[in-house]
Ligand binder design. Sequence first.
Ligand SMILES: [Zn+2]
Length: 581
Amino acid sequence: MIMSLRSVLPYCVLFLANMVSAQTYITNVNIGDVENQRWIPYQTVVIEDGLISKVQSADKFKVPAGMNVIDGSGKFLLPGLIDAHIHFSQSGGLYTRPDAIDLRTFLPYQKEIDRGHQQMEQVLRRYLQNGITTVIDVGTTVNYLKQRAAFMDAAFAPAIYMSGPLITTYEPPALSNLGDDGPFNLVTSPEDGRKMVQQQLKYHPDFIKIWYIVGRDTSDIEISARAYLPIITAIIEEAHKNDIKMAVHATQRITAQLAVESGCDYLVHSVDDEILSDDFIQLLKKKKTILCPTLVVHDGYVNTFGQHVEMSNHELEMGDPYQLGSLMDMKHIPDTALVERYTNHMNTDERIEEVRQTTSNMMVNLKRLSDAGVIIVTGTDAGNIGTLHASSYLTEMQAMKESGMTNWQILQASTLNGARVLGREKEFGTIEKGKKANLILLDADPSLELDNVARINLVINKGVVIDPDTLIRESATDLVQRQLNAYNLRNIEAFLATYTDDAVIYTFPEKVLYQGKEQIRQAYTTLFENTPDLHCEILVRTVNDNVVIDEERALFNGKLVVATAMYHVEGNKIQKVYFME
Ligand SMILES: [Zn+2]
């Protein structure tokens, strides 16, 4: 389990070094040669003006006096990670896709839009905290294309690349007529498609993206795919004429094939309906099309709607606690008929078998593509329901590993190949002289154990050295929410991680229920084991500095109990809890 301590240091101590002197030296470090998939030991890397100005064997030169020096002995330096498939316009929470589940009566979609823009800085900080120094939003809104300019030079923000809104063959009614907040442009003819490309160019996207959705008009997906083909081809032509790359969402073999034959540069999903033929794989190689397998996003929907949310300890610690918590709201949304319909559907034998089959196809295809030398890139599709920004990245890497890819192949897919998606591999993605100084310094070797990419000692972003623990300041409420998430998921380790060693739980005002972590562990282990339907919903939350008061309604083995819990937080851990029934 990965559990780096979160710091409560304020934002102002963000910069460790680099403010005093123009050069930073990382000495005696193992540098990751992701291209050749090996470590080069005992190197010194010099960073200057946001760039790597020198990489040399450590014994070749002496560090001049007065420089910022980071001792890299025993540590591992990698290029910053790249998430090549995200969506800022989606939060990862339950209310973010009204076209998938319509809960707008409980949370108006406008609120979700507003919150997304307010949270953009926080989302960016979270990416950087997780070592992700570049993100690629493949399907955004005009308003996010405008907002990104504000973060261009910010040391706390990864580099942001974006496509325009999705040019789509199908527009979900729940997400139409949203103006500059809309993620879709519905296309009905080739001329229309060309015009849309032109319109999007005004906002300087890095890509044009097509949502190639077929089979809504006929059950024969090939007929449907071919009917839309002239539109797809026209858009790709128009984009290329303007020297802009094309990303396509196509999850069936036929749509993926037609897109690639038409010149698509980047497929953002796996093919999941067939095992790929050698011909198809050769086609990708010949066309140099890049593929992002995007393996875990579907599980996010299935697990959330099926009410068996699965979150690793890493995600419970590093993910947005509120969006993560919202995934469990299925258990208390008042529209029980709607919830039942979703949950029952996800848990039918046919549906389970379908998921098993598509997952298996994706895994087999990924291994075949990777073995054949097709360029594979890591991307999460974060923002979709159940796929949290930044924290889901490690989950995606682990899924890629399950396909049979090696750790080094995955590390290359997560760095250099992400730069290749953008055609910017000469600018970043490897550790070489002249490349951008976007780097992560790790305490342990990720080629031996992939989880070690989360053991981040320092992030170097845009040449600035940053302690990742300083990027997000967790409030008392954030901590209490994180504790509640672990409680609702009955995860004892993640739950205890939010408490001090000598924490005390009382019945108000002063009767001690449990004293110290060991007693709390015993009591809650028993509770979690014996209460499969355990679920706690917050009715009202009041915050007063380091005290959080939750009025809760909790379900224990079919019985609903209303209670109040008062949490006292000290040093970013829960020190005392008082229960009032
Ligand atoms: Zn996507």
